[in-house]
Design a protein around this ligand. Sequence first.
Ligand SMILES: NC(=O)c1ccc[n+]([C@@H]2O[C@H](COP(=O)([O-])OP(=O)(O)OC[C@H]3O[C@@H](n4cnc5c(N)ncnc54)[C@H](O)[C@@H]3O)[C@@H](O)[C@H]2O)c1
Ligand SMILES: N[C@H](CO)Cc1c[nH]c[nH+]1
Ligand SMILES: [Zn+2]
Length: 435
Amino acid sequence: MSSVAITRLDASAAGFQKQLADLLSFSADTDAAIHQAVAEILDAVRKRGDAAVVEYTRRFDRVQANDMAGLELSQERLQQALKSLPLRLETALKAAAERVRSYHERQLQQSWTYTEADGTVLGQQVTALDRVGLYVPGGKAAYPSSVLMNAIPAKVAGVKELIMVVPTPDGVQNDLVLAAAAVAGVDRVFTIGGAQAVAALAYGTEIVPQVDKIVGPGNAYVAEAKRRVFGIVGIDMIAGPSEILVICDGKTDPDWIAMDLFSQAEHDELAQSILISPDVAFLDAVQASVDKLLPTLPRQEVIRTSISKRGGLIQCRDLDQACEIANYIAPEHLELSVADPDALLPKIRHAGAIFMGRNTCEALGDYCAGPNHVLPTSRTARFSSPLGVYDFQKRSSLIHVSAQGARTLGEIAAALAYGEGLQAHARSAEFRMEH
Ligand SMILES: NC(=O)c1ccc[n+]([C@@H]2O[C@H](COP(=O)([O-])OP(=O)(O)OC[C@H]3O[C@@H](n4cnc5c(N)ncnc54)[C@H](O)[C@@H]3O)[C@@H](O)[C@H]2O)c1
Ligand SMILES: N[C@H](CO)Cc1c[nH]c[nH+]1
Ligand SMILES: [Zn+2]
């Protein structure tokens, strides 16, 4: 049995910060070739619409459609996919969807107003987006759970129309993905992917309607395309490779922790899986579990590459220091595998999702716990949040000024407008003061 080399770091050793920064940094596929390819694809779709999308789909996904209509799936096809599922899978899909819906319903923002003493009413009107594009990755693996995580919050927000795109390499359609679209209530599905799908959604074509926002994870081509179309449409975030950080007091079964690290490592070679513990013997035990369990997994080569490139076992002074390091890493997923996770929680400021206690493995969050699995990666949890209903709602400010309010506010506004040298602003306010 060959062992897997996971980087060992000691938080109290000289040079730790630099070693940690090196472990976190990775060269994503954001090189010039990808930038150039995506720019060309976006330009072609903007100029030639459906014809370009069909050509790229033939080239990259080897799907032999004659036109875009041939790349759209009917609602009957989605229902048929749902009916074709084995009962256990159908039940699991529906149970997950229900839990995700129930969680997200609590995120709904409501409009509000308040009335001031002079009768002026101020407030905020909350409205749902009209039409949203949902990118579901499908190049290397299919992600039915991502259909639920993206579509359900949009439905809960009240988005009128959901357009889903999903690549089907070699024309192979994934029934579980299509069934998830049926369960979540997706309106239209196109079997297109990559930058060409993002372009079709952003610019609109004859057949694919232009959307207001594009959400959902994807590979480097998708990420770059989303970055470029931002401004024409909204986007949720640029999701990088998956990440897991476990803080453990050394008392959890090391096999559990090794498998938790694998659970994200198996996503792709650039996934980041780190364990921090004050217990050196426990770090050794997890390393032994990693070596023992890896050969039992089908995706062991992906995991081996990922864990040896971006895996880490970090020895810390105590759990307080573990929390400080976690805040620096700002991971997508953080497991607090300790006896009293509530005691650590107030010390955690930056993490996409926090999994409390030994029983809460991250995988439950990926599928069915309820919270969203589309989360900030690459340290962006310092300033951003999980995908949620709020991403599909927007706010308009409401101002309804009374006659009395026009006088008192007019006074203030006119003074400031003259101060800015903007006469029309001042006069506009003053007209109403004289009324
Ligand atoms: N953060 C999350 O919640 C989450 C969930 C699921 C998946 N993911 C991530 O999403 C990613 C999915 O990537 P994927 O590749 O499997 O599927 P994908 O659907 O993102 O990409 C496939 C598309 O990439 C395009 N493409 C491939 N090679 C190309 C080339 N040489 N030139 C131009 N375009 C090309 C093709 O158009 C193809 O349709 C993975 O990195 C996975 O980890 C993240
Ligand atoms: N862990 C991924 C997000 O980082 C989501 C996912 C989908 N399926 C399994 N996992
Ligand atoms: Zn996962």
